[in-house]
Design a binder for this molecule. Structure first.
Ligand SMILES: Cc1ncc(COP(=O)(O)O)c(C=O)c1O
Length: 392
């Protein structure tokens, strides 16, 4: 895709391989939101004609999101993004019904931090980055009220076995609701089908071509009485998420979601081919490179690797200079690279945790970007290990 290079000039040579961090907005989403940033700016809670038009746009977006997420329109609660949706699920259930929260060690901090706050039981994962189902079964008991397991991990990209998770919960903790953070799943997985048995599902628009700062929590009927608001205010979103709705953002999210889902099958096949080409190219060019998780267990856009003896921070600096955007295992808001809790949970120890780099492709990633990035990364890794790129 065409994107701003390191000097900010659009169209300069480069590669954006950080789609798990955020995605460019889709043209459909920009077009859909513009009228609601300008002429149609009214507050949907009002009583006048302009407000009713805004309300209608909100209702249409709710219908669209419900169809994409496989739920009824009344089960969609709009939020300010994935973090708020995850917090609402964890703190909203615990605040209303108490009990035990169980979650996995590889969740995003938006789940892990609220879960820790309420004394959650944290379940380990396998060395391949998949939730340990035996450990989950042992952690469950009749006091559990919420079990939260993500659909696709944001760092290594592993797809989690949600059918097995749900079955285990229904067996051992019949009172518990199941929440899944599907923030990284919408682009690659059929969330409507695969998460149909989950009671609560979080999504975030900016991970699938929508704007930042808007998302949703699916609250299925079974969960309604067990979930309270975590913010006090007006009665919007059935009282579960008070505050004036972000109409423009919500309309854009719905347009992005529809376009994403309509194109999903083709995007998955094309992206998987490009991801494999990238990894195969690097494997050949960088002796010793290690892939962090088996490709068949990960979402098509994820290429998480380790270059032994090369500090991720230094590699990222060099490739950024050359126009390739990627990230370390986990970015944090200060920009500093923290050792990843996900890799630690997978059993990584010592310098390895600082050698991991995450490349994530999106539906718009091109072959030219991939080939350019592979050359740049191989040259950077070679220069940092004192070897010549490609051995010549
Ligand atoms: C798995 C996962 N959950 C939650 C979030 C938080 O979403 P948001 O940026 O919309 O708050 C992210 C964002 O990186 C994520 O990858």
């Amino acid at each position: 895709m065409e994107h701003s290079g390191p000097d900010g000039r659009t169209g300069s040579r480069g590669a954006y391989l950080d789609h798990a961090a955020t995605t460019p907005m889709r043209a459909e989403a920009v077009a859909a939101m513009l009228p609601y940033c300008t002429a149609e700016f009214a507050n949907p809670s009002g009583v006048h004609a302009a407000a009713r038009r805004a309300r209608r746009a909100l209702d249409d977006a709710r219908d669209e999101m419900a169809s994409v997420l496989g739920c009824a329109p009344g089960e969609v609660v709009f939020t300010s993004g994935g973090t708020e949706a995850d917090n609402l699920a964890v703190l909203g259930v615990h605040g209303r019904v108490g009990g035990l929260v169980v979650t996995s060690a590889i969740e995003h901090d938006a789940v892990l931090n609220p879960a820790r706050r309420v004394g959650a039981r944290i379940v380990g994962v396998t060395a391949q980055g998949v939730v340990d189902l035996d450990a989950l079964a042992l952690a469950l008991d009749e006091t559990a009220t919420l079990v939260s397991v993500m659909a696709v991990n944001n760092e290594v990209g592993t797809v989690q076995p949600l059918d097995d998770v749900v079955a285990s919960v229904r067996r051992a903790a019949p009172r518990a609701l199941v929440h899944s953070d599907a923030v990284q799943a919408v682009v690659w997985r059929d969330v409507a089908v695969e998460l149909a048995e989950c009671d609560l599902v979080s999504v975030s628009a900016h991970k699938f071509g929508g704007p930042k700062g808007v998302g949703a929590l699916v609250v299925r009927r079974r969960a309604v009485g067990a979930l309270g608001a975590i913010c006090a205010g007006g009665g919007q979103e059935r009282g579960l998420r008070p505050g004036t709705e972000n109409v423009a953002g919500i309309v854009a999210m719905a347009a992005a979601a529809r376009a994403t889902v309509d194109e999903r099958a083709g995007a998955c096949a094309r992206t998987r081919r490009l991801r494999d080409r990238f990894l195969d190219g690097l494997t050949e060019a960088v002796p010793g490179m290690v892939e962090s998780a088996p490709r068949d267990l990960t979402a098509p856009g994820h290429a998480h690797v380790r270059f032994p003896g090369v500090a991720a921070e230094e590699l990222l600096f060099l490739i950024d200079e050359a126009g390739v955007a990627a990230s370390a295992g986990s970015a944090c808001s200060s920009g500093a690279i923290e050792p990843s809790h996900v890799l630690r949970a997978m059993g990584w120890r010592g310098p390895a945790v600082r050698e991991a780099v995450r490349f994530t492709l999106g539906p718009a990633t091109t072959e030219a970007e991939i080939d350019f990035a592979a050359d740049v990364v191989a040259a950077a890794a070679a220069s940092l290990t004192g070897l010549d790129a490609m051995g010549d």
